[in-house]
Design a protein around this ligand. Structure first.
Ligand code: SF4
Length: 388
């Protein structure tokens, strides 16, 4: 159960439906009030308890004494020429994290953060350069989606125009169809914040919450293998894995958690996840780094790892940031890599880069992080950040 925060008030965004029912029962009210409350919060986008007019006045007054709907404060908003939006959100007085909205024809994807910074130290990642400060709470994770929906409604009105059945299930806290997909690909490793991410997933999928289809919520992990097995038991969402290399020697360098959980273990956890979840496929993210992991022979190595499995490879053109030693692979190299994968029988696509002009593209989220990591693995800790 979400504890009261610094304000002394319980943030209702941090409670799953059963937790909210328990909370309401603790106030001496009937549990069906929880569903009414969720209807106001998630379907109607109302955050002011006193305005939830079909709740008894006495109950509203009682609830307003001890609870609230509180979202992270917006420190800054940048809007890209291509319509991508990036918000910097306050975590604590001196720290910030980011979320990004990417509009596309027929869909709108919100990329949310799960931690302030990240301790996993992937060598190509901008977030990693800042270190790690803390896990976001469930309310801060859910609050990003709630806040973005309201902000987008105010800014752009209705959502993507597409009446197909595929796009029918979207987040509608207000009247518009704005956010159709939520991806945990912002700052942080979501499985290192397992305790807070699992309830957030439950609220995203709950019929009385955001009511998203499990195929439209994607959790991306760099490969915390034990937590992947736990995830298979506790949640049912699409899985993406940051692979980035076709062998352990290179992946140890690019994604240091690989030294603890090598590729063979990682892939076994992926296939187990699909079996348990009846999932269709795992998406493997592969950032294209010039002269590092982008050769045809490396593509063939990747084919040998994935051929015959339900896998999709998403090739991500690297987005350089100040101070990085990596460069983006030329487009022709990326296309050749993709063609090699497809020739080998592995489904592969190239991700279109979005929000380049506001540093909102994949791997560029920075926020403002005071590094609290102390125990080093390579350059950074993994111990402090992992919570299960
Ligand atoms: S790529 Fe993901 S897991 Fe790796 S350091 Fe960046 S945010 Fe963390």
């Amino acid at each position: 159960m979400s504890a009261p925060t610094a304000t002394g008030l319980t943030n209702l965004l941090g409670l799953t439906r059963p937790q909210l029912e328990e909370y309401i029962a603790g106030l001496g009210s009937k549990s069906f009030r929880a569903r009414q409350l969720m209807n106001w919060i998630y379907k109607r986008g109302e955050g002011r308890i006193t305005q939830m007019t079909d709740l008894a006045k006495d109950f509203r007054a009682q609830l307003a004494q001890c609870a609230q709907v509180r979202v992270p404060r917006i420190c800054a908003l940048q809007v890209s020429a291509d319509g991508t939006r990036k918000w910097k959100l306050e975590a604590d007085a001196s720290q910030a994290f980011e979320m990004v909205y990417i509009p596309e024809p027929g869909r709108g994807t919100l990329c949310i953060s799960s931690q302030v910074g990240c301790a996993l130290d992937c060598s190509f990642c901008s977030t990693a350069q800042q270190g790690f400060n803390r896990n976001l709470t469930t309310a801060e994770i859910v609050g990003q989606v709630w806040l973005a929906a309201r902000e987008l409604e105010a800014a752009v009105g209705g959502g993507p125009e597409d009446d197909s059945e595929e796009s029918a299930q979207v987040i509608t806290p207000l009247s518009g169809r704005i956010i159709s997909n939520v991806v945990f690909m912002g700052m942080g490793e979501p499985l290192a914040n397992f305790r807070n991410v699992i309830p957030a997933l439950s609220i995203l999928l709950d019929d009385f919450g955001f009511d998203l289809s499990r195929r439209r919520v994607t959790l991306s992990t760099s490969g915390l293998v034990p937590q992947m097995y736990k995830l298979a038991e506790e949640a049912n969402v699409a899985l993406a894995v940051s692979l980035h290399a076709p062998n352990d020697a290179l992946r140890n360098e690019l994604v240091p958690i690989n030294r603890k959980h090598p590729i063979s273990e990682l892939l076994a956890a992926c296939w187990h996840y699909l079996d348990e979840q009846n999932g269709r496929s795992v998406t493997f993210e592969y950032v294209m780094l010039d002269g590092v992991n982008d050769s045809p022979s490396q593509a063939r190595e990747l084919v040998r790892l994935l051929r015959g499995h339900p896998a999709k490879v998403n090739l991500i053109p690297f987005n350089p940031y100040p101070g990085t030693r990596y460069r983006r692979s030329p487009l022709a190299t990326i296309q050749r890599f993709r063609d090699e994968l497809i020739r080998g029988g592995v489904l592969a696509t190239i991700r279109r880069t979005r929000g380049d002009d506001i540093d909102a593209a994949c791997g560029q989220l920075a926020g403002r992080v005071i590094d609290r990591t102390t125990v080093r693995l390579g350059n950074k800790t993994i111990g402090l950040a992992v919570q299960s």
